[in-house]
Design a protein around this ligand. Structure first.
Ligand code: AMP
Ligand code: FES
Ligand code: ZN
Length: 301
């Protein structure tokens, strides 16, 4: 194993250990998109459990969003999981929930990626939990976190920045604890690791997504991305030190914040945890179903 890979693996393993991301009897579901980041997270969690001989299990979870390329992507995700020897669970948004994200985005006049994000967040908690998960892991890396950090500062969403942590503890019996083992990893390190391990990551990328490769298409994200890249080129490890500082601060005030937190309610329709009477997912479904009914009725005349 070359030095760079070894250094990266040690860094991720240290994050898992220090923040107790994997504990005895855990059933960790890794939300896998097919890209380098979540594939690296899946592989490293599996390696960690095996190397430390832990009494814990890892599974993969993929959401088929029902876009043109989604079935092909699902097949590629299957290949990744086969190559890593990890059991995969898939939810198909169109087939199982009868939701068409592109149509919903038009009806609500909201960006596709914001509808997609809401649906993914909802399903990533509900379905793995129903399958017996104790935690859900994502492939979020340092740049994802720092871009959000700057955006939240600029737009005044200060509370959201308090959630920049390797482990977000569950606040409700129906809410899974979220873990981010790659929070201190650079995106290029995840790529390097996948190449080294020969993980068949996908080349398909979503044209609507605000993810790493599409930062180019979102002006604000791209500006911040350039700042991050500039810092990395000119000030050695500045971004790593920044994300470490942010998480240390958030960890320090975690207890105070927990004490002040309002209780989560359960959605009156689906029973999932939410801070409103009806959760965002059910509201979306209601509007979509109503619009479909209206269209059917107007077609009768
Ligand atoms: P994104 O919001 O696309 O930047 O993705 C953030 C994280 O969400 C990724 O690192 C994955 O862990 C997870 N994720 C993204 N898309 C999917 C998907 N279609 N199915 C399952 N997990 C996903
Ligand atoms: Fe969400 Fe493409 S993955 S909009
Ligand atoms: Zn609901």
């Amino acid at each position: 194993m070359n030095n760079e890979i070894e250094k990266y693996r040690k860094k991720v393993f240290k994050t898992i250990e220090k923040y107790k991301l994997i504990e005895n009897k855990d059933r960790i579901f890794v939300a896998i998109s097919g890209g380098k980041d979540s594939s690296a997270a899946l592989s490293l969690i599996k390696e960690y459990i095996e190397e430390k001989n832990l009494n814990a299990k890892v599974f993969a979870y993929h959401i088929n969003l029902g876009f043109g390329y989604s079935d092909r992507l699902e097949e590629e995700v299957e290949k990744i999981c086969d190559s890593l020897g990890v059991e995969l669970y898939v939810t198909n948004v169109k087939k199982e929930f009868n939701l068409n994200i592109l149509e919903i985005s038009k009806i609500l006049k909201r960006p596709i990626c914001s509808i997609c994000g809401l649906i993914k967040r909802y399903l990533m908690n509900k379905i793995p939990r129903e399958l017996g998960a104790t935690k859900i892991a994502t492939g979020h890396h340092m740049y994802d976190m720092l871009i959000n950090y700057y955006k939240n500062l600029i737009h005044g969403n200060f509370d959201w920045n308090l959630k920049i942590l390797p482990k977000l503890k569950s606040e409700h019996p129906k809410q899974l604890t979220k873990i981010r083992p790659l929070i201190f990893a650079y995106p290029h390190e995840n790529k390097m690791y996948c190449e080294y391990k020969n993980i068949p990551i996908t080349k398909i990328s979503c044209p609507y997504s605000p993810n790493f490769c599409c930062y180019l298409s979102r002006r604000e994200d791209y500006k911040i991305f350039q700042i991050l890249e500039f810092s990395d080129k000119n000030f050695n490890n500045f971004n790593l030190e920044l994300i470490r500082g942010i998480t240390r601060f958030n960890k320090r005030i975690e207890k105070t914040i927990e004490a002040k937190k309002e209780n989560y309610m359960e959605c009156e329709i689906c029973g999932e945890p939410t801070n409103q009477k009806i959760c965002g997912f059910c509201k979306l479904k209601l509007i979509y179903q109503k619009q479909n009914m209206d269209n059917k009725i107007s077609n009768l005349y």
